[in-house]
Structures are given as structure tokens and as C-alpha cells.
Design a protein around this ligand. Sequence first.
Ligand code: NAP
Length: 242
Amino acid sequence: MKYALVTGGSRGIGRAVCVKLAELGYSVLINYKGNVEAAEETARLVREKAVEASLLNFNVADKDDVQKVLGGWMEAHKEDLIEVLVNNAGIRQDTLMMSMTDEQWGSVLDTSLQGMYHVTKAVLNPMLMNRYGRIINMVSLSGLKGMPGQVNYSAAKAGMIGATKALAQEIAKRNITVNAIAPGFVKTDMTEELNEKELAKMIPMQRFGEAQEVADLVGFLASKQSSYITGQVISINGGLYT
Ligand code: NAP
């Protein structure tokens, strides 16, 4: 059985990605941190596409948790392959640097950057042995241009971009591509409290993006059609200048 693993698959962009990968025929491993109801709803939507959905509840920032839950799943599914990994889990803790707490700095870096490291490390060796794979890292416009009030988030996403480019070069010869997607503003819980009407004025397309639009790009990068694209950061932001 061929699987796709999506971290932070319970809500928002991650949920749309799970459904898209199900449409491509992948059975989907849906990771989430705490929101079991939302994760179950994603699983229901995935199963509607006539593939398998499994919930994996672990905190990507916690190495032991990743090893226990994801490592445990892999141990129990030795014949199955995780062909696609989408490192999507992420949080925001916005504040100016002068008032940022260590916790705000640490939790954002731990979720995006450390999380990507823990999960990628866990699935990489079998992928290398299989000589095929797709790794897609969800970064952000903030990681490309830096955003005031988001020093922690910008650093986390910029770190993921560096890792994407380096890992892509390490494993290209094994037919594994590693790319990053940098969304601008996308309508999800993460952007719920933002003033869309006001912010849309600076977006050439005059609107926020939909999770589905990001998922369609993930679907392309996860497919065989994207086989010569690796080490890239692809922006999806309605024309915002980066
Ligand atoms: P969201 O709606 O807030 O959903 C976040 C997802 O991440 C949830 O599924 C959540 O699980 C999961 N998650 C958070 N911390 C986790 C952890 N430690 N371990 C495992 N799962 C964790 O966010 P979103 O807007 O869909 O964003 C998805 C990704 O896109 C993020 O990396 C974000 O930085 C990036 N992004 C978003 C935007 C945007 O405008 N929305 C723009 C640029 C980049 P629970 O449901 O269990 O809490």
C-alpha cells in the first residue's frame, strides 16, 4: 500500500491536502496535535475518495512522540511505503521581537523547523531505499521576505527553506524531490482574525487564497508530472511581490 503522510492534516491547508492526495490514489496518514474531531472529519473526507485514512496523533515538535507514534506505525507496516510527506504543521505566535517570550520563539521554531526535521528523519531511510519519493514543505511568504511581528515565524520558515534546498541536493539522485510551497494569505483558522478586506487591498488578486488552491499545487508537486522540479520554493500568493 502506498501512503502519503500529512502533518497538521486535521484542519485548513492540511485537510485540503489530505483530500487532494486521496484523489491521487494515496492512502493518507493524517497527523494532528489535539483536535481529534477535526482530524476525524478529514478522515471521513479522505475515505469518501475510496482510499484508506489513518489518524496519527503526535506532536511534531516532540521527537519522542514522533518516534513512538510514527515509528510505531512504520514498525507495524513494514511492507507499506510512505511515498509522499507533506510537512505542513505550523503555528503562529506573532509579537514584536522586543516583547517576544522565549516560549513564543521556541514553540514556533519547534513546530515548523524541528517538526520538519523529526518527521522527515523518521521517513527518509525507507524512502531512500525505495528510490522514489516526494517531500513538500509548507513554508510562507514570511520566510522569503521576513514580516514584522513575525521574527520567530519568519525564522522558522526561512530555516525550512534552507533545509529544503540542501536536502533536495542530497537525495536528488534517488529520485526523491524536495520542494517548498510559500503561501501568502490563505483562508484558514490561522488567518481568521486578520482583516481580509483591508489586507486584500495590497494583494494584486484582491483576495485571500483558498486552502484548495494550495492543495492543488501540492497535488502537482506530489505527482509524477513534477519529476524534474526539486529544491524550489514555489509561491502561491495572488501576486504579492516577494
Ligand atoms: P491551521 O488552520 O491553524 O491548522 C494548523 C494545523 O497544524 C492543524 O491541523 C493542527 O493540528 C496542526 N498542528 C499545529 N501544531 C502541531 C504540532 N505541534 N504537531 C502536529 N500538528 C500540529 O493552519 P493553516 O493555515 O492550515 O496552515 C498550514 C501550514 O501553512 C502552516 O505551516 C502555516 O504556517 C502555513 N501557512 C499558512 C498560511 C495561511 O495564510 N493560512 C500562509 C502561509 C503559510 P490540530 O488541529 O490538532 O491543532
